[in-house]
Each structure stands twice: as C-alpha cells, then as structure tokens.
Design a protein around this ligand. Structure first.
Ligand code: PLP
Length: 407
C-alpha cells in the first residue's frame, strides 16, 4: 500500500522510495546510510551544494527577526527590497523591476498574465496569443501546462488556457509563420533559452537572436523562461547574457536560493512596466500570499553571496567542459548515441533499444544520481561545487550503467 504522501511526478502506486536524510556539497545520504553523488543538483536547482550553514544561519536570523510579512498594499519587507535591487542590478533587462513568487510555475503564470495585462493597459487588448515551443517545459500550473510542449503532461486536466499555442522547437521559419498568422493578436513568445526538462536542447546558432528580431517586428514581448538557466548554470547570471539576447520578461526560480527555501520571480523591462505604471489608479491584481517572503529572500541573498564569493559561475563552465568531454568519449566508444548541452547542463541521448530509466536506476544502485527523461535521455546538471574527482566518478558510474543496461 502506498503511504500518506502523494508524490509529484510519480506513479501514485509507487510504494518504495529512496528516503534522503542528509546532504553535504554534491553528496546526499539516504536513511540506510548510502551515499550518492548528486549529478542533478536535486532537480536542477541546488547550485551552491547541500548543507550550507551560511544559508541556514541567514534564514534563521531573518526568521527570528521577522519571518515574513505580506507584501500586499501597503507593506513591503526590507530584505525583499534589498534582494530586488540586487537581482535587478545583475539582470541585463533595461529599466527592470522584479516581481516575486514561490516557484517556477508561479513565475511562468505570472509572466503570462503580466504580458497580457501590459498589452491591455497599452490599449492593445486584442493581443492575447502566447506562442511557445514543442519540447518546452514551463511548470505545472494551468498557464505553464498550457504553454508546455510535452504532450503527456498536458493530457487529462480539462480545458487549458486559451490562445496559447506551440510551434516546432528549433524551427525559426515555423515561428515566423505562426507569428505572421496571429499578427496583431500576438502577446508574447515564451521560450526556454536552453530547453531543460524536455531533454537538454541548446538553441540552434542564431535562433534566439532571430526570435528577438521577430518579436520586435511583430510587437510581441519576448519571455525567457530561465527557471533552470538563471543564476549561474550557463556561466553567467542569466542565460540571456550567455547568448547575448535580452528578453522583455525573464522568469527565474530554483538557483536563486539553490532551493534552500522556495522562491521564484519575474523580471520585466521598461516596455512592460511602462503600461503597468501609466495609470496611477491601476491596481495590479495579481500576487501570492508568499510574494516577497522575507525568509526566502534571506536565503537568496546568502546564496547569491556564495555564488559570487566562490566564483561558481566560472565553475559551471569547467564542469560543463568536463561533462562534455566525458560524454563525447562515451559517444565515440559507441555507448551512447548523442551528446547535448551547454554551460553546466548536459544530456546523453541513449542508444536505440536502451532505456534511460533503467540506466538511471543502475547508476543509483552505484551511488550516482542522474535524471532519466523519458526512455531516451539522461541528464546531468550537478551542483556547481562538485569536485573534479566526483565528476570523474559520475562519468565512470554512468558508463558502467550504460554497459550493464545493455544486458
Ligand atoms: N520552467 C522551467 C524551464 C522549469 O525547468 C521548471 C521546473 O523544472 C519550471 C518552469 C517549473 O518550476 P517549479 O517546479 O518550481 O514550479
């Protein structure tokens, strides 16, 4: 019989779990005392590694001072303002402001609502269509579910949000055609700069720049969903900087706190904030009880301090280079079919007939956590503190797992 806890993205009938109890750096430990190297930063988020007392202390200080307070009118919390200034200072968006929420899914839904609202306030109420890409993952709320390009995740939930359509993932011509078709009804294009949960697909060269140009041509906002790529994963604070393409709106979550406390957010640039700020009687009727949560913001500030002080952005590129060369060697040896990735996020496309979930399970039995994405892909996205020795072990165990999975 399954236990009380109904797990996320899991068969409800599963009744055996690996119960984790402790973590330190790139390692986590289960209730039976087994050690694992975490090559997925949990779920793409634990950039600074597990067990950081500095973040726990910062959160404890905030909790014993003021755990949180509503940021609805007329209140703010001092630490939230401080984090907002810090994030706006790091972001490439011009004249930016930042909205806070609790997760990546909330960030995506907030971004979708904010762009539609901005068009309404600018006198363009007909602009409601949001285009996204096949293979994209944008969270599990209704907006993000509607924008996802992963059909299995979209089925069974009843009617999704209207005027949200997907186009072929890497096909700029398909996007251009869809944008021309919707013309004056276009609100925004929503894309991950690097598709993550869909299997780690970096954009084709020049793709993001062309998307930016098409958005400018059609008067649509460009939304980057940087829930995975923001805060260091690509060697820069934001993926936008790694690709030198600046969106109008940028969603983040995960590595902003390295997951120590849930936090998400949406950056908007001057083109979005101008309509929102144009009528002094307008009230932004969107937000969450935990928008700007003070203790989450304390975790974020401590986390950003660590990322900066320990040079972890640069480390993402070293980790990526090591993963890439290790995986390319496996491909050259005929053990895997394909290598994809950039920065510190990589994937192995497994050979036809191999099962990425089985490979994951064998790696787990041997103390390494990689992710299985469908049957075809294993993903790697380690904490940015993983050591070179730990990376070598990840690659060795993965290679072994692939060989054993063949039998
Ligand atoms: N957007 C992207 C690109 C993601 O990768 C994720 C989660 O993996 C989300 C949105 C949803 O974030 P959350 O699970 O925090 O709601």
């Amino acid at each position: 019989m399954p236990g009380s806890y109904l797990h996320a993205f899991t068969k409800p009938t599963r009744n055996e779990f690996i119960s984790l109890v402790r973590g330190e750096g790139a390692r986590v430990y289960d209730a039976r005392g087994r050690e694992y190297i975490d090559a997925m930063a949990s779920l793409w988020y634990c950039a600074v590694g597990h067990g950081r007392r500095e973040i726990a202390d910062a959160v404890a200080r905030q909790m014993t001072t003021l755990e949180s307070y509503s940021n609805f009118d007329p209140f703010t919390t001092e630490i939230t303002d401080r984090l907002a200034d810090r994030i706006v200072g790091l972001a490439p968006l011009a004249d930016a402001r930042v909205f806070f929420c609790g997760s990546g899914s909330e960030a995506v839904d907030s971004a979708m609502k904010l762009v539609r609202q901005a068009h309404v306030l600018a006198g363009r109420a007909q602009r409601t269509v949001i285009l996204s890409r096949m293979r994209g993952y944008h969270g599990a709320n209704y907006g993000g579910t509607s924008a996802q390009g992963l059909p299995l995740n979209k089925a069974g939930w009843g009617p999704l949000v209207g005027d949200v359509e997907q186009v072929a993932a890497d096909d700029i011509e398909a996007l251009s055609v869809a944008m021309s078709k919707h013309g004056e009804r276009l609100a925004a294009v929503l894309i991950e700069p690097v598709q993550g949960a869909g299997g780690v697909y970096p954009p084709p060269p020049g793709y993001l720049r062309s998307v930016r140009e098409l958005c400018d041509k059609h008067g649509a906002y460009l939304i980057f969903d940087e829930v995975i790529t923001a805060f260091g994963r690509l060697g820069t604070w934001f993926g936008a900087q790694a690709f030198d393409v600046v969106p109008d709106v940028l969603c983040f979550a995960k590595a902003v706190t390295s997951g120590y406390v849930p936090l998400g957010g949406v950056l908007v640039n001057g083109r979005v904030r101008a309509p929102l700020e144009s009528d002094p009687s307008f009230i932004l009727r969107h937000g969450y009880t935990y928008s700007g949560h003070a203790s989450a913001c304390a975790a974020a500030i401590a986390n950003l301090d660590i990322l900066e002080r320990e040079g972890l952005l640069a480390r993402a590129l070293r980790i990526g280079a090591r993963l890439e060369s290790g995986l390319v060697a496996l491909r050259n040896d005929g053990l895997i079919a394909e290598v994809r990735g950039t920065g510190g996020m990589w994937a192995a496309g497994v050979l036809p007939g191999h099962d990425a979930q089985k490979i994951r399970d064998i790696a787990l039995d041997n103390g390494v956590i990689v992710r299985g994405i469908g049957a075809e892909t294993n993903a790697f996205c380690p904490p940015l503190v993983i050591t070179d020795d730990e990376l070598s072990r990840v690659l060795d165990v993965y290679a072994d797992a692939v060989m054993h999975a063949a039998h």
